[in-house]
Design a protein around this ligand. Sequence first.
Ligand SMILES: Nc1ncnc2c1ncn2[C@@H]1O[C@H](COP(=O)(O)OP(=O)(O)OP(=O)(O)O)[C@@H](O)[C@H]1O
Ligand SMILES: [Mg+2]
Length: 253
Amino acid sequence: MSTDSASQGSTSADAPSTDAPSTGTAPSTGTEALGATDVTKRYFDGDSKVLAVDGVTLSIARGELVVLRGTSGSGKTTLLGLLGGLVAPTKGDVRVAGKSLVHLRDHHRTQWRRRHVGFVFQELQLVRGMSLRENVLLPFAPLGGPTKEDAARADALLERFGLAPKRQAGVEKLSGGERQRGALARALVLEPEVLLLDEPTAHVDADNATRILELLAEEKSRGRAVLATTHDPRLAEDGRVDRVLVMEAGKLG
Ligand SMILES: Nc1ncnc2c1ncn2[C@@H]1O[C@H](COP(=O)(O)OP(=O)(O)OP(=O)(O)O)[C@@H](O)[C@H]1O
Ligand SMILES: [Mg+2]
């Protein structure tokens, strides 16, 4: 299984000095954390072309919780990948934590997104054969491993997410809701400015969906920009959600 997601949110060893402090609380709400200008993704698949994302422009501020809806195939996952620096745009630009990704060399882009973006994939990408705690500590691997303080912070996150009793359990032994919260803990362990989630409540029951929404609202109030795709009306209708964006055929409505 891919472990790429494991490194999401990692701190780059040579991040520029403009780097925000790793405090978990962004300096101020209201300023842009994530932005896109005319971002476009066209897939070429043999003779066929798919315009998955078509000229999307948006700006999400620190401390904002935004939900992205749209029918299946409308381009939500592709847009999330573009915004998180995982998918290269055909055209346009993405800004993460004040830096334009298009002008960065590949390895700098990777370092920047690891440091500033936490990503929770729909399929979670937790690594089987490892404990939950080991999974949550994985983003420290490219940084030479967690320090004692890092590990203590990860344990505090597991505690806050109600996962402390399960931290030594193999991920294959966890429930769907526990896995979802575990993937969220891993995305947050390096305190990224931007949190992107692909259908975070798709595979959990109503109680777990409520818990996940509470955690997302907490992260918003800590100053992170949170963007979640969903087909789940409970998420889109929740009062703590600041904006609902709707995608249709690659465009934002
Ligand atoms: N790697 C790829 N190569 C070719 N086409 C792709 C690729 N990834 C996505 N697409 C196409 O791009 C379009 C948008 O797909 P995307 O996965 O972004 O939609 P979505 O809104 O997330 O759908 P869902 O709600 O089903 O998850 C679809 O037509 C899809 O088939
Ligand atoms: Mg999708």
